[in-house]
Design a binder for this molecule. Structure first.
Ligand SMILES: [Cu+2]
Length: 480
């Protein structure tokens, strides 16, 4: 491009036909529907007294016991900051998280051949996760009771523009239970207490070229924050001369799955790395790995031979907090305020509850993995540093991995009782299957930030149950 010359033409795909477009139009208007198919009746939730949240100054969301600032961002998508939850005992708003957002994505494709080896995308730094967030579709992307927020961004020439309906906020009642208990009839007490679970969801959906990422921040009244990423959209596919797997020689590597005639869906990973500047009851926090270890009982001491013990290890420096998950040597991961304790003496904290735990299996010295080295561990903890926000580096294009979270963390700075940032990576291995074609049904995974000895007791003990008179009775039209 610099010399404006054609240096080389590479065509490794000679003789591969262009796949037919049959059955790839995903619009509803193009579908031929089998009359035997049954679909669900329309469904929606009613809020006869209106929503329970407000949005002040266009950004400050207040709902139930939560309050937080919400901002669309061209690179991160959505930024949630100054998240505070009200303590049911003292009535005060208590800090939980100073700032949280999607820091970087890493999507390496697993085909090392000429036309594909470089397909190892970093969607936030390269494309702008927020810039790719398209307007949400009312009634389908978000329910009818949703509130919408626009993004205001600058175009390449500096001209401001509005991305309408970029973020939605809505209350969700999915029929789930907040807590419950029934006393056994044997007690004669006839007590049955149940509380419904209602949550608040902040959602955006980015269409990064072919793929779609749906990011939800879900707040629960019990203090839990669930961060969920859904994957949908169109697979990145490549052409092949094969129309059936029986034509493929046994030893030939397709680097993926034959999805349709002449179409291969290439194997790939998705990593979504979150920046979570936790401020649990104040900015100075510590990271504690609570290791769950098998203990053996001395012979003759107990009918039991083994049991589990929780052993707390406070991370002193960054390397103590480079965490890779191990199924048979498990831990909980707490962010605590060591200076603040509960009535009975436990440090107040929040824990990160992992899920979506696919780990990168690429060699650490593989060029894309050097750039995506922030996925070498599932959890990292760094001291707050204003220049360390983007896990793959501030400038991602043509980076060789010199400015990643992995490089910062190697400095091994002290992190005990400091303003710390927790980094969590949700990972997915994706071996495509035919159901993913032509559009993928959403696959999602989430992780939680969950209070752990943060409240003195169950913070939603006092919420009321549902009663018939508060809920509307909707009748089918025919019986009205
Ligand atoms: Cu995928």
């Amino acid at each position: 491009m610099d010399s404006k010359e054609v240096v080389e033409i590479s065509d490794k795909g000679k003789g591969i036909p262009i796949p037919k477009a049959a059955n790839t139009d995903y619009r509803y208007s193009a579908q031929k529907i089998n009359p035997e198919m049954m679909f669900v009746n329309p469904i929606s939730i009613e809020q006869p007294k209106g929503p329970s949240f407000t949005v002040e100054d266009e950004h400050l969301v207040k709902w139930a016991n939560w309050e937080f600032h919400l901002k669309p961002d061209p690179r991160a998508g959505v930024i949630v900051s100054r998240a505070k939850v009200r303590d049911p005992d003292s009535g005060e708003m208590r800090n939980v998280m100073y700032k949280g957002f999607t820091s970087e994505l890493f999507v390496p494709y697993m085909d090392p051949t000429d036309a594909w080896y470089f397909k190892t995308y970093m969607d936030a730094g390269e494309y702008g996760f927020g810039l790719q967030a398209m307007p949400l579709d009312p009634l389908n992307d978000c329910p009818r009771n949703a509130y919408y927020m626009d993004g205001v961004f600058a175009a390449g020439d500096g001209t401001p523009y509005v991305r309408s309906h970029m973020v939605c906020v809505f209350e969700r009642y999915a029929g789930d239970i907040g807590w419950r208990h029934s006393e056994s009839p044997i007690t004669g007490m006839e007590i049955r207490e149940v509380r419904p679970k209602v949550t608040l969801v902040v959602r955006m959906a980015a269409s990064v070229a072919n793929y779609d990422y749906i990011v939800d921040w879900e707040f629960q009244t019990d203090g839990l924050i669930r961060i969920k990423v859904g994957l949908s959209g169109i697979l990145m596919v490549k052409g092949t001369s094969y129309v059936n797997t029986n034509q493929v020689p046994g030893q030939q590597n397709l680097y993926g799955t034959l999805l349709s005639e002449n179409v291969i869906g290439v194997i790939h990973d998705h990593y979504i790395t979150f920046y979570l500047d936790m401020d649990v009851d104040g900015s100075d926090n510590s990271f504690v790995e609570v290791n769950i270890k098998k203990q053996k009982t001395p012979p003759g001491e107990s009918p039991r031979r083994s049991y589990l013990k929780a052993i707390r290890n406070v991370a002193k420096t960054e390397k103590d907090a480079q965490i890779q998950f191990k199924l048979y040597d498990p831990s909980e991961f707490h962010v605590v305020n060591p200076m603040k304790r509960t009535r009975v003496g436990n440090p107040v904290g929040y824990k990160v509850v992992p899920a979506g735990t696919a780990a990168s299996l690429l060699d650490h010295d593989d060029p894309p993995q050097k750039r995506g080295a922030f996925t070498n561990n599932q959890i990292w903890v760094t001291p707050y540093n204003r220049s360390e926000q983007w896990a793959g580096g501030l400038f991602v294009y043509q980076s060789q991995g010199e400015d990643t979270l992995a490089v910062w963390s190697e400095r091994d700075r002290p992190i005990e009782n400091k303003d710390i940032v927790l980094w969590y990576t949700l990972g997915f291995h994706h071996v495509p299957c035919q159901e993913d074609f032509p559009i993928m049904p959403t696959v999602s995974s989430s992780f939680d930030l969950k209070p752990v000895n943060f409240f003195e007791s169950n913070p939603i003990l006092r919420i009321p149950p549902n009663v018939e008179k508060d809920l509307p009775v909707c009748k089918p039209a025919a019986s009205a």
